[in-house]
Design a protein around this ligand. Structure first.
Ligand SMILES: [Zn+2]
Length: 281
């Protein structure tokens, strides 16, 4: 009888033991060249990596550990063999240089902020690849387009000025579109959209998320009035898709409010739906 009780107790304990315990962590490789040192110090000063870590670890049940390796030799990319997002310091340097060349009149702070927005977007994009891989979510279209959409939606819904972050990244794609650069080389050997298409897609999603907030996008991105309606519809559909797809992988009792964000519309609606479905109150 006692043995039975022990077995029943262990059985009760099993779901807790089996609950995923993965965590997203970061690794900083040493920066050797002076350019790399500047980029490393920019990354640390921006707090961008900490924000991503806090967001992911607060909201998602990761079945396995994941790493962000800053100062990797290649990338940006997600390496599913090692569960690792690789970002070279040279990518941050290149982004800074691209903006500095394109905006000679802007201040160092503005260049710094735009570059760190791009880093934030790239990390979220690679995180999108990682989430698809970890949860076995099939890409229903080109995976690059899928994770671009996911990154834009997560940033817009969860981060203060998320729309601005996506637009900085879109701008970087735009600046790169005339001459293939590191953005174009991302995921060499795999499918990815051309920079100009990614620029339009990102601008479209940001516009569609709140047309009243971003009227200027109709003037300076090539989006037409017809596109505008389509963008609003598209954002709604894509948001609902990711809502359905990721909802079941989120943490139980997640506060759904990372420290760095103010908006909570998307994830609080995920939370209330989950509560209805699973009676988690
Ligand atoms: Zn990608």
């Amino acid at each position: 009888m006692r043995r039975f009780a022990l077995a029943a107790f262990l059985l009760l304990l099993m779901p807790a033991l089996a609950w995923p315990r993965g965590e997203l962590r970061r690794i900083y490789e040493p920066a050797i060249s002076s350019q790399d040192q500047i980029s490393l110090s920019d990354i640390k000063r921006s707090g961008v990596v900490s924000e991503i870590l806090r967001f992911i670890n607060n909201e998602f049940d990761l079945p396995d550990d994941l790493y962000i390796r800053l100062g990797a030799r290649r990338g940006p990319l997600f390496d599913n063999q090692y569960g690792e997002i690789d970002i070279p310091y040279s990518f941050v340097t290149m982004t800074r240089n691209v903006f500095a060349r394109a905006w000679p009149d802007k201040s160092e702070d503005e260049i710094f902020n735009a570059s760190m927005d791009v880093l934030m977007h790239v990390l979220m994009h690679e995180m999108g690849h990682a989430l698809l891989d970890l949860y076995g979510i099939p890409a229903i279209r080109n995976e690059e387009n899928e994770v671009d959409d996911l990154a834009a939606i997560l940033l817009v819904e969860m981060f203060e000025d998320g729309g601005k972050i996506v637009l900085s990244a879109a701008k970087a794609f735009d600046l790169q579109s005339t001459r293939g650069g590191a953005y174009e080389r991302e995921h060499e050997g795999t499918e990815h959209g051309l920079s100009v298409e990614r620029f339009r897609n990102m601008a479209c999603l940001v516009y569609g998320s709140d047309p009243k907030k971003y009227p200027e996008l109709l003037e300076n991105t090539g989006l037409t009035i017809d596109d505008a309606k389509e963008c609003t519809r598209r954002y709604k559909i894509r948001r609902a898709y990711w809502f359905e797809t990721l909802g079941s992988n989120m943490k139980r009792n997640s506060p759904l409010r990372p420290a760095t964000t103010k908006k909570e519309g998307f994830w609080s609606s995920v939370s209330s739906t989950l509560r209805r479905v699973f009676d988690r109150d």
